[in-house]
Design a protein around this ligand. Structure first.
Ligand code: C2E
Ligand code: MG
Ligand code: MG
Ligand code: MG
Length: 281
């Protein structure tokens, strides 16, 4: 009996695996088609410079306008893109679109910088710095208006770090995304220059709630300052968090308090033109 059950289980496992493989191949083909069918769209979220009390940057966040499944967030397909190598053309498309948007903002009289998330896979090989350089030349975008966001996972790869620093040498700003949630090594922070450190939402959530979190966030802001970097707080949802971060010397704020990621044409016009409402005390 045990043997027959075992065999049955093995067969259903094989069948399940077969379905998995088929589903994966379908998803992969869909994603490939999405790239050519222009189903990938960028939403932008405002980043507020606290010293200027206005929007100075915007982060590009990719979405998949899936013909059958609606609007999919990046957590639904970036993993697949990375596993299949499609992240490279996808990332190139995102970068090109974001630079184009920055140029449109500039021509419209609102020279916002754009921040683009870059996967470690895009930093494999030597091609990336040249692509960025060409893009800056063809679009005429000033290098300082582009920020490349990477997570701490790039630190595992020396070659990728060198590629990243080649990009930085072009004048592009480098941001450490989700700082403190991954493999944070003070040794790497010490060795490589970064322009921005993004304090992860999970820390922002604890402000005003938890002394230990507040202590850690103060240290991140101070550490960044010592290293010549500025800080961006992610996931700011309440005026109390904004006030706390301003008082602690944080450089920029990003979060639903100011605006959700959206198509630029859906942005509240005040986001581009008006000083942002920040806590007055
Ligand atoms: P991330 O770069 O850390 O982006 C911040 C995420 O937090 C975004 O989620 C944003 O919508 C969300 N967020 C911002 N403010 C708030 C807030 O106040 N409250 C809450 N609850 N959430 C907030 P999203 O758009 O789902 O993106 C998730 C992740 O997907 C990004 O995290 C980034 O790592 C990745 N991603 C997005 N676009 C790209 C891309 O073009 N290429 C690559 N490689 N990764 C991307
Ligand atoms: Mg990011
Ligand atoms: Mg982040
Ligand atoms: Mg993240």
């Amino acid at each position: 009996v045990a043997k027959r059950e075992g065999g049955g289980r093995a067969r259903s496992f094989e069948r399940a695996m077969g379905e998995d493989v088929a589903a994966r191949q379908r998803d992969q083909a869909d994603l490939r088609a999405a790239l050519t069918n222009e189903e990938l769209v960028l939403h932008y979220q405002p980043i507020i410079d606290l010293a200027e009390a206005r929007t100075t940057h915007a982060e590009a966040l990719v979405r998949w306008r899936h013909p059958g499944r609606g609007l999919l967030g990046p957590d639904r397909f970036i993993g697949l893109a990375e596993e299949t190598g499609l992240i490279v053309p996808l990332g190139a498309h995102v970068l090109r679109s974001a630079c184009g948007q920055a140029v449109r903002w500039q021509r419209g009289g609102h020279p916002l910088g754009v921040a683009v998330n870059v996967s470690p896979w895009q930093l494999a090989g030597e091609a990336f710095p040249r692509q960025v350089d060409e893009l800056l030349t063809t679009t005429g975008l000033e290098a300082g208006l582009l920020t490349v966001e990477v997570t701490e996972s790039v630190w595992a790869d020396e070659a990728a770090m060198r590629v990243l620093m080649d990009v930085r040498d072009l004048g592009v700003r480098i941001a450490l995304d989700d700082f403190g949630t991954g493999y944070s090594s003070l040794n790497y922070l010490r060795r490589y220059p970064f322009d921005l450190v993004k304090i992860d939402k999970s820390f922002t959530d604890g402000l005003g709630e938890d002394d230990r979190t507040e202590g850690v966030v103060r240290c991140i802001i101070d550490l960044a300052a010592v290293l010549g970097a500025r800080t961006v707080a992610e996931g700011v949802e309440t005026p109390d968090q904004a006030r706390w971060l301003r008082d602690a010397g944080c450089g920029y704020l990003q979060g639903y308090l100011f605006g959700r990621p959206d198509l630029p044409e859906n942005w509240h016009p005040g986001l581009l033109t008006d000083p942002q409402r920040l806590p007055s005390t």
